[in-house]
Structures are given as C-alpha cells and as structure tokens.
Design a protein around this ligand. Sequence first.
Ligand code: SF4
Length: 48
Amino acid sequence: MRACVTICPTDALTRDPETREVKFDKNACIGCELCIPACPMQAMEVHF
Ligand code: SF4
C-alpha cells in the first residue's frame, strides 16, 4: 500500500487494484496535507 493512501484520513487517495494508479478524489480531500510528508518521493502537492 502506498504511504499516502494509508495515511489519508478521508480516503481521498485510493489505489486502483488493476492499474495500481493512485486516484485522487478532490471532493473527499480536507487539505490536511498528511500525504505530503508521507510520500518518500516528494510526489504530493496540495493546491486550493
Ligand atoms: S491533503 Fe487530502 S489527499 Fe492528502 S492526506 Fe489530507 S485529505 Fe488525504
């Protein structure tokens, strides 16, 4: 499981079981930014 998916408290980040892509649900995101330091590749950014 991706660290960002695991740490997201609202399930805004999920992993597609077939493509293994991380999907983002903007409506579920609360902007807590926990996913930013969780990513070992600094791939996450939050824009509002
Ligand atoms: S900023 Fe959004 S996507 Fe990132 S952990 Fe928080 S709720 Fe989830």
